[in-house]
Design a protein around this ligand. Sequence first.
Ligand code: F6R
Length: 369
Amino acid sequence: EKGGFPSFMAKEIHDQPQAIADTLLGRTDPAGKLVLDEMKVSEAELRSVSKVVIIACGTAAYAGQVARYAIEHWCRIPCEVELAHEFRYRDPVVDERTLVVAISQSGETMDTIMAIRHAREQGAKVLAICNTNGSTIPRESDAALYTHAGPEIAVASTKAFLAQIAACYLLGLYLAQVRGNKFADEIKVVLDELAQIPAQVQEVLDGLEQVRGIARSMADTRSVLFLGRHVGYPVAMEGALKLKELAYIHAEGFAAGELKHGPIALVEEGQPVFVVVPSPRGRDSLHSKVVSNIQEVRARGARTLVIAEQEDTAVEPFADVVIRIPQTSTLLSPLLAVVPLQVFACELAAAKGLDVDQPRNLAKSVTVE
Ligand code: F6R
């Protein structure tokens, strides 16, 4: 069952290249146009969408936060992401022109079910991104786009997360295609890059002995901070969540730009800080800003564990450890950058002798509100 791995989670982390490939499979026609057969929302309706609201919980909500950057960039439609349990209690402004996207691995998360019911009552169209065929969330939605990650047994979500991001990106590209905006020409470029991702995730997985060693040496750690910016921010939060739930270590993910507004006060001698560094080839000054953030925490004694692209030499002077990921575009980088963080949490929890697949106090699907 575990395919020779010590836990389902370890196996599922290694299933990720397949989970992404299967989720992308068969989504284009011979001319390279995206076809989403399951998309039961008409093209006319998609053209009239004035706002996308993504609702989800936990890791699925972080997938939504990553997707938001892509959807806004490609479609130029405002996109909000909200925790499902917060969404329905704040009298959200949604109407017939709102596309609500509910992301859920299990399809049975009660908080998310209640949120989509509320959205539909307001007239919104609801699209489910889900890993479980025939579960409640896709059944109660107007349309469903399935992730094909296969059954996820470990309580902590890994392969479903990557598949959720991939599916959200297909949706974003499809919306851009249907709406025919100026971005439409680039769709094929992104699809080609996406097609490389499974092999690149495999490359990351093949090089993770370094991360395993670091994790094993940190079994006594009391607190770990994670910093990221832009799409690296939800990656940082996901890294922190994995560490909390698996290894019971206090962990927090911050937007790197927020450091000086408070969190930097936490940094003292020896504090481990993971930093997710954006591509140096990316837009604006994002990369150099994050490199400055590494310097800032290191100057205060932090031990910096830096996730950076292969060719990125600028981080080296300020990193205690550099974990390398292959080159891809900024928007796709979370699919690679999160993998070392999953492995770190899994390995550290195992080093503490904890049950990686069944962390205390948690259930695989949360069917109560
Ligand atoms: C974290 C984790 C949870 C789930 C959340 C939503 O590792 O697994 O945070 O992501 O409970 O579950 P689904 O996706 O089934 O709605």
